[in-house]
Design a protein around this ligand. Structure first.
Ligand code: UD1
Length: 424
């Protein structure tokens, strides 16, 4: 089991470049399955979840090549329509292949990704949507079979919740369906617009992405394109938390400040000074952070659930009491216990966490419980006195590309230790 060893207390300074967005790269890679020829995806981060997606594409019959951060997918021979359970389990968001396989092969068999570290993550909205598009859906003992022998047909789909994954599956499935599909109450995340940009560049006719109603006019075929994945807003805000908790001063490149409006407001509320232009952001932290009254996570353009944990870590050192209410996932506070081991004062009551800021955290051994919770531990450890060792870092590496390299370049004392039990 590999680990990060962090000697806390160093102020982060300098410049860093933010990675490509995991949550864009995954659906775009899956969508490349329905394109003829080759799709070239640039700025594709090296992450465990991306590797898991590439494995699934390979299993389905695609030829996938990676050169640096560019991944090329050629899908011409992808006739396999079954994703075995072992591949489904490697990544919770593997359900993102549902619409693509169904559109390409008129049939798909996969297993439910199952419950996960942050909540149950049901996929009923995805399946209902596929039914609306004309698929027959059979679900038995965690196995899902969808088929549409005559092909999918455009329809009006109203989502009871603006699910990111369901919106993406519908967009992909409807791109080559017969007729027009309208998604009402669609998710509005920037990654939805990125997927639409990719698909449109392949020849799809999608309008309204980024708004509550998306219209997809089905086309006969899509052809591979060259697409650059947008910057990762969650990774950006995570590193901003790291800079802020250490009283640091950092310039972030490859960041789109317009995508992190509520996060910027929060950093300003804690006393950080922020300057932005269209693709970069400069953050200077105060000597002591201030608490914030209330953060309530919401679908975009609200405060993202994914940044709740890193912000909770940040607020453990703020002067005063802060409250975070999580409205999207039911089990997002598992990391709180590990932050408490580092000296934080946090009370969790259902979907609410109350954080009473302390002036000191101390280094100890902690265990990452999930992706964003793991990032929270890194942030807290960077400002703790003494050495911390974070284990189960595979969770962190699902979504952050070489965090030890990025943080070291900003002067943090962090080492990645490889090995069975964290030995060098
Ligand atoms: C995506 C992101 C994840 C982020 C989340 C919310 C990717 C790869 N992952 O996940 O990082 O935290 O959006 O912004 O893009 N739900 C149902 N039934 C469904 C689908 C969802 O009840 O069929 C519920 C979920 O349990 C959850 C909520 O809707 O409570 C939001 O889920 P959703 O927007 O679908 O998130 P994901 O696409 O899984």
């Amino acid at each position: 089991m590999s680990s990060y060893v962090i000697e806390g207390g160093t102020r982060l300074t300098g410049e860093c470049t933010v990675q490509g967005a995991k949550n864009s790269a995954l659906p775009i890679l899956a969508a490349s399955l329905i394109c003829d020829g080759t799709s070239v995806i640039k700025n594709c981060p090296r992450l465990l979840d991306v590797e898991a997606t590439v494995k699934i594409l390979g299993h389905l019959g695609c030829t996938v090549k990676r050169e640096g951060n560019t991944v090329s997918v050629t899908s011409d021979n992808a006739s396999e329509y079954v994703i075995p359970e072992r591949l489904m389990r490697e990544m919770r968001s593997s359900v993102i292949f549902l619409g693509a396989i169904l559109a390409r092969n008129k049939k798909v068999v996969l297993s439910t990704p199952g419950g996960c570290d942050i909540g149950l993550r049901p996929i009923d909205l995805h399946l209902e949507a596929m039914k609306k598009l004309g698929a027959e859906v059979r679900e038995e003992y965690g196995n899902i079979e969808c088929s549409a022998p005559e092909g999918l047909k455009g329809a009006s789909v109203t989502l009871s919740f603006p699910s990111v994954g369901a919106t993406e599956n519908i967009m992909v499935a409807a791109s080559t369906a017969k007729g027009t599909t309208t998604v009402i109450n669609a998710a509005r995340e920037p990654e939805i617009s990125d997927l639409a940009d990719f698909l449109n560049s392949c020849g799809a006719k999608i309008s309204g992405a980024g708004q509550g109603t998306i219209v997809i006019e089905g086309v006969k075929r899509l052809t591979g394109t060259v697409h650059t994945v947008l910057p990762d807003r969650i990774a950006a805000s995570t590193y901003m938390c790291a800079a802020a908790i250490t009283g640091g001063e950092v310039k972030f490149n490859n960041i789109i400040p317009a995508h992190i409006g509520p996060e910027i407001e929060l950093f300003e509320e804690t006393g950080c000074r922020i300057f932005t232009d269209s693709r970069s952001l400069y953050l200077k932290a105060p000597e002591r952070l201030k608490s914030v009254k209330l953060i309530r996570t919401m679908p975009y353009p609200g405060f993202p659930t994914d940044i709740g944990a890193p912000v909770a870590a940040l607020l453990t050192k703020a002067k005063g009491t802060s409250v975070i209410i999580e409205t999207i996932f039911e089990n997002r506070f598992r990391y709180a216990g590990e932050l408490i081991r580092l000296g934080a004062k946090i009370r969790v009551d259902g979907r609410m966490a109350v954080i009473e800021g302390v002036s000191r955290l101390h280094g100890v051994g902690v265990q990452a419980t999930d992706l964003r919770g793991g990032a929270a531990l890194m942030i807290a450890a960077l400002s703790a006195e003494g050495e911390s060792r974070i284990t189960e870092i595979r969770h962190i590496e699902r979504g952050y590309e070489g965090p030890e390299k990025i943080l070291s370049a900003l002067s943090a004392k962090i080492k990645r230790i490889d090995g069975e039990d964290g030995e060098e």
